[in-house]
Design a protein around this ligand. Structure first.
Ligand SMILES: CC(C)(COP(=O)(O)OP(=O)(O)OC[C@H]1O[C@@H](n2cnc3c(N)ncnc32)[C@H](O)[C@@H]1OP(=O)(O)O)[C@@H](O)C(=O)NCCC(=O)NCCS
Length: 131
């Protein structure tokens, strides 16, 4: 499940992190986006924050295309993301991405429920390298 952030935070994101983010348009209308950033302590690592595709356009490779575009554009050596266990589509998206790149794939708990004030499920850190 995607957490909805404030519109202000998305505008701020577009201002400062456009180089590591992407938006897909179909017939001029937004169809999907990815927000990402390079980790300050490790600029070779592209951290993928949110991936979303309009439900009308899911299952046609749009998320996968956007992920490869960001990996190619940034030249990052490693990719990270976090995913909850119940998100089958996102889990498969990143596994398929790693397979297509012939990259290694590692997964471990990062943010466990005790760290959240709102009972959020465990977010597992996925590490994909080398890209
Ligand atoms: C996750 C999401 C972005 C995938 O977008 P998409 O454009 O449909 O994904 P793609 O078509 O590029 O598919 C990528 C891979 O995932 C698989 N996949 C896609 N949807 C799936 C589903 N519901 N269940 C299982 N696998 C799925 C595809 O088969 C493909 O794998 P393959 O190459 O082995 O065939 C989309 O489902 C979505 O927006 N979900 C809601 C938001 C969300 O949960 N985002 C992730 C948390 S930030």
């Amino acid at each position: 499940m995607l957490d909805l952030n404030s519109s202000y935070s998305y505008l701020l994101w577009c201002r400062d992190f456009a180089d590591t983010s992407v938006i897909a348009r179909i017939d001029g209308e937004p169809a999907g986006f990815i927000t990402g950033y390079t980790r300050p302590e490790n600029p070779d690592t592209l951290m993928i924050w949110q991936v979303a595709v309009n439900e009308n356009f899911r299952g046609h490779g749009l998320a996968s295309t956007m992920l490869h575009e960001l990996a190619d554009r940034t030249g990052a050596l490693r990719m990270e993301t976090t995913i909850t266990d119940d998100n089958a589509a996102s889990n498969r998206l990143f596994q398929a991405f790693a397979e297509k790149r012939g990259a290694g794939f590692d997964r471990r708990p990062l943010f466990t429920p005790d760290l959240y004030p709102d009972g959020h499920d465990t977010e597992y850190l996925y590490e994909i390298a080398p890209l």
